[in-house]
Design a protein around this ligand. Structure first.
Ligand code: GDP
Length: 314
């Protein structure tokens, strides 16, 4: 069953190609900010501030409501030192927006994250940004993106999808267009394409609970927080669940609090359904890869390999 009212997407971009600006504009376009509220903080840079408040849950991820669809925007680290983490967080996504500067074209971090998105078999649409910039060459940037996808082993379906789903944007000026010269002055063509063309999660809402932890956060107040995608069923605050670790060991645990993404922060909720991304408080020794499942009817998910910490030698 498809969860038509959810889109989980990643934005793939090299540093400075405009991811933060684009996300700010998507939030503005969906009225995430009250009329009189200035967008002082650039949202994806809000991590430190969130940390100071004592609890950081998905601080760099955001969620937008548009046309009755909840769009979870999953942040991906761009640096090659975080290869394992990129692979893991992309497990939460079904689609991606490949965001590229119209003058620079794809750059090393574009390549790095894109290779993981292709390997994860995500549907990838293209957003050529900064079309207002001097030296912008949107057609060349697009062709370079498609060549790069081919280089990185995208299959025919992925390539065809990318070719047919392109928007041209000037994030700084707050517009996205289906044609660089069409004169549109708002962000809706981008939001429409995300909602209409990127896939909804293909999950079983009525099945037994299965959620997999891909990121662990920590708060001095509540301890470890397991964050991941729900693959089937519904998780509730208060549920007694079975936690299955990577090594196969099992233990019962209780969900004390549950959160989902909500615009720039998170919202405490009583339940979260398959297809959504949740943060679970109360599972004291939770780790990356843990599967949270129904004790009566446990579901197995593919284990997540965790790389040993790497030291970068410069
Ligand atoms: P990020 O590193 O990908 O998050 O990029 P930012 O959103 O921080 O943008 C990097 C720089 O590019 C900033 O100075 C933005 O104002 C600028 N920028 C973002 N979008 C556009 C655009 O559409 N046109 C132009 N000319 N500049 C942009």
């Amino acid at each position: 069953m498809l969860q038509e009212h959810i889109r989980n997407i990643a934005i793939i971009a090299h540093v400075d190609h405009g991811k933060t600006t684009l996300v700010d504009q998507m939030l503005k376009a969906t009225h995430a900010f009250r009329e009189n509220q200035q967008v002082q903080e650039r949202v994806l840079d809000s991590n430190d501030q969130e940390r100071e408040r004592g609890i950081t849950i998905l601080a760099k991820n955001i969620s937008i409501e548009y046309k009755d669809v909840k769009i979870n925007v999953i942040d991906t680290p761009g640096h090659a030192d975080f290869g394992g983490e990129v692979e893991r967080v992309l497990k939460m996504a079904d689609g991606a927006v490949l965001l590229v500067d119209a003058a620079e074209g794809p750059m090393p971090q574009t390549r790095f994250v894109l290779s993981h998105a292709i390997a994860a078999n995500l549907r990838i649409m293209v957003c050529i940004n900064k079309i207002d910039r001097e030296g912008a060459n949107p057609e060349k940037a697009l062709n370079d993106c498609l060549d790069l996808m081919m280089d990185l082993g995208a299959d025919d379906d992925q390539l065809e999808f990318a070719m047919e789903h392109v928007v041209y944007a000037s994030a700084v000026n707050g517009y996205a267009r289906l044609d660089p010269d069409d004169g549109n002055t708002d962000m809706y063509p981008l939001l429409d394409m995300i909602v209409d063309a990127l896939p909804a999660p293909d999950v079983d809402v009525d099945g037994p609970l299965a959620m997999q932890c891909v990121t662990v956060d920590h708060s001095d107040y509540v301890g470890r927080i397991g964050i991941g995608r729900i693959y089937s069923g519904t998780i509730h605050a208060g549920d007694k669940i079975l936690v299955v670790k990577n090594d196969g060991s099992r233990a019962m645990s209780q969900v004390k609090q549950l959160f989902t993404f909500d615009y720039l922060g998170r919202k405490e909720c009583t339940q979260a359904e398959a297809g959504d991304i949740a943060a679970v408080v109360g599972l004291d020794s939770t780790d990356i890869g843990d599967v949270y499942t129904d004790p009566e009817n446990p579901v197995e998910l593919d284990p997540i390999e965790i790389d040993p910490p790497t030291l970068s030698i410069i």
